[in-house]
Design a binder for this molecule. Structure first.
Ligand code: SF4
Length: 445
C-alpha cells in the first residue's frame, strides 16, 4: 500500500469526495516518464554509485484473495500456482540482472520492502525459496529494516513464523477497519476475527515492529464506528499506525459503479469529515503516548521505531523496484517496469530488464521531489536543502510558503519549516503549489 501512485484530485468541489487521486508519492508526475528515456535508465545502471547513497530493494507481490472495491494497485486475483511460481522466478531473475550492474558498487541494501498486492498471499515454501535466492544475489547482512505487508486472513501461525525467520523486522498489517460489515461491503477478504488472531500471534513471536494500516472513510464508515476502530487499534498497542484518507481513483471498482450510475460523488465521507476522523485518531494516539511523525503515521516510540524505507526514499536513496509496474530510482534516473503481466514476465524470461518508461529529473526537479516528500513529514530542514541542493527553501518557495503562512498553516524559523496539524492533514492537496508550472495540472498515471 505504500507504493501509492498519484493523480491529483478534482478540488473544484473540494469537500465532496470525487474521483481522482490526491496522494503525492513522487515527482515529476508519471506522465512525464516516457519510453524514449529508457536508455537513460540503462545508462544509470552502468555508472558507479554516488558516494553515501543508500540502496533499497522493493518487491511487488501483486496477488490478492479478492480485489477490494477501492483498490487501484496492479493486482491479480486469478493466478494459479504455476503462474505465481513463474512470477517469482521472473522477479528473482530481475534481481539477478541488476546484481551484476555497476550501480550497485560495494553496496548492500539498507532496507528491503515487500509490498503489494499481498506479499503474505504466497506460501511459506515460496517465501523461503524467494528470499533465499534474493539473499544469495544481494546480501541482507546490512539491511536495517525489512518490511512485509500482510493481509490478516492470509496469515497462518506457520507463515508468520516463516516471515519472522527470513528476517522481517517490520510487519505491516492491512487491517483498514475492525467492523465486519464495513470490511465486507468494501470487498476486503479478511474479517475481524482474523485481525485479533494474527496480531496476537505476531506479537507473541517477537517482531521488532508491528504497524497497523487503517483507512479513514471506507464505504459505510460512521463517526461512531471510526471512534471504535481507533479505540481497538490503541488497545492492540502496535508500534506504529498508518492512516490513509480514502480516495477513489479512476481504476477502482467504486469509480466504475459511480460512472455506470452517472454519479460524480463517491459513496464515502467528504474530505472534511475524513480529516476530522484522522485528527481524532491522531489526538487519541497522542493521548496514548504516540508521536505523529508524518501526515499518515503515528509511532509509539520514535527512538526505536523508524521507517527507513520512507525516510531514505524521501531523501534520495537508490531503489531497485522489482515486479510488475514497480518504480525504481537509480543514480538520478527514475523508471518504471512494464505494468502488464505478459511483457513483464516474458522480457525477463528472455533475459531482459522489463523497463518501460523513464525520466532523469533535473537538479531542480530532484530538489522539488525531496522537498514535497519531506513536507509530508510536517517539517523540513532548511539546512538539509542548503547543504544538498545549494538553496534555501524559504527563498526558493517564498511565494508558496507565504500563502501557507497567511493561511496559518506554516511556521518558519531559522532551522526549519513546520506545518501545523490542520495543514498536515491535507498536505497532499497543498504540495502541487510547489511543482514547476508545467507539472501542476499534469496527469499522474
Ligand atoms: S488487499 Fe485490497 S487494497 Fe490491498 S492491494 Fe489487494 S486488492 Fe488492493
Amino acid at each position: 500500500m505504500d507504493s501509492k501512485v498519484t493523480n491529483h484530485p478534482q478540488h473544484g468541489n473540494e469537500t465532496k469526495t470525487q474521483a481522482g487521486n490526491y496522494f503525492v508519492s513522487n515527482y515529476p508526475p508519471y506522465s512525464f516518464w516516457t519510453a524514449d528515456h529508457v536508455g537513460e535508465a540503462f545508462a544509470a545502471l552502468e555508472r558507479t554509485p554516488t558516494p553515501n547513497t543508500p540502496l533499497g530493494v522493493y518487491l511487488h507481490i501483486p496477488f490478492c484473495r479478492k480485489r477490494c472495491r477501492f483498490c487501484y494497485f496492479k493486482v491479480y486475483t486469478d493466478k494459479d500456482a504455476n503462474e505465481i511460481e513463474n512470477y517469482l522466478k521472473a522477479a528473482t531473475r530481475e534481481l539477478e540482472l541488476y546484481s551484476s550492474k555497476r550501480f550497485i558498487g560495494e553496496r548492500k541494501p539498507t532496507f528491503i520492502y515487500f509490498g503489494g498486492g499481498t506479499p503474505s498471499f504466497i506460501s511459506s515454501r515460496q517465501l523461503m525459496g524467494l528470499t533465499d535466492r534474493m539473499k544469495e544475489l544481494l546480501s541482507w547482512d546490512a539491511a536495517e529494516e525489512i518490511t512485509f505487508e500482510c493481509e490478516p486472513g492470509t496469515l497462518t501461525e506457520n507463515k508468520l513464523r516463516v516471515i519472522r525467520e527470513i528476517g522481517v523486522t517490520r510487519l505491516s498489517l492491512g487491517i483498514e477497519n475492525f467492523n465486519d460489515h464495513i470490511l465486507e461491503i468494501n470487498g476486503r477478504a479478511h474479517g475481524s476475527k482474523e485481525i485479533d488472531r494474527s496480531y496476537h500471534f505476531a506479537r507473541s513471536i517477537g517482531f521488532q515492529q508491528i504497524n497497523i494500516d487503517l483507512i479513514a472513510g471506507m464505504v459505510g464508515e460512521t463517526t461512531h464506528n471510526w471512534t471504535d476502530c481507533v479505540r481497538k487499534t490503541i488497545a492492540l498497542s502496535p508500534d506504529s499506525v498508518t492512516i490513509y484518507q480514502m480516495e477513489i481513483p479512476f481504476n477502482t471498482t467504486i469509480f466504475k459503479e459511480m460512472k455506470a450510475g452517472g454519479e460524480t460523488v463517491a459513496p464515502v465521507a467528504d474530505w472534511e469529515t475524513k480529516r476530522e476522523w484522522v485528527k481524532h485518531a491522531f489526538a487519541q494516539l497522542e493521548r496514548a503516548g504516540y508521536h505523529v511523525g508524518s501526515a499518515y503515521t503515528a509511532v509509539k516510540d520514535p527512538s526505536r521505531t523508524r521507517f527507513l524505507y520512507r525516510d531514505l526514499l524521501w531523501s534520495g536513496a537508490d531503489l531497485i523496484g522489482l515486479g510488475v509496474a514497480s518504480f525504481s530510482h537509480i543514480g538520478g534516473t527514475h523508471f518504471q517496469n512494464q505494468h502488464d503481466w505478459t511483457p513483464y514476465v516474458t522480457q525477463l524470461e528472455e533475459g531482459r530488464l522489463p523497463i518501460y518508461r523513464a525520466l532523469t529529473p533535473s537538479h531542480e526537479e530532484r530538489m522539488i521531489r525531496e522537498f514535497v516528500l519531506q513536507m509530508k513529514l510536517g517539517h523540513v530542514s532548511r539546512e538539509y536543502f542548503r547543504a544538498k541542493f545549494g538553496i534555501d527553501p524559504q527563498e526558493r518557495f517564498a511565494q508558496s510558503l507565504g500563502k501557507l503562512q497567511s493561511q496559518g498553516f506554516l511556521e518558519v524559523d531559522n532551522g526549519s519549516l513546520r506545518l501545523n496539524r490542520e495543514a498536515l492533514l491535507q498536505v497532499d492537496k497543498l504540495l502541487h503549489e510547489f511543482f514547476l508550472p508545467q507539472h501542476r495540472n499534469a496527469r499522474y498515471a
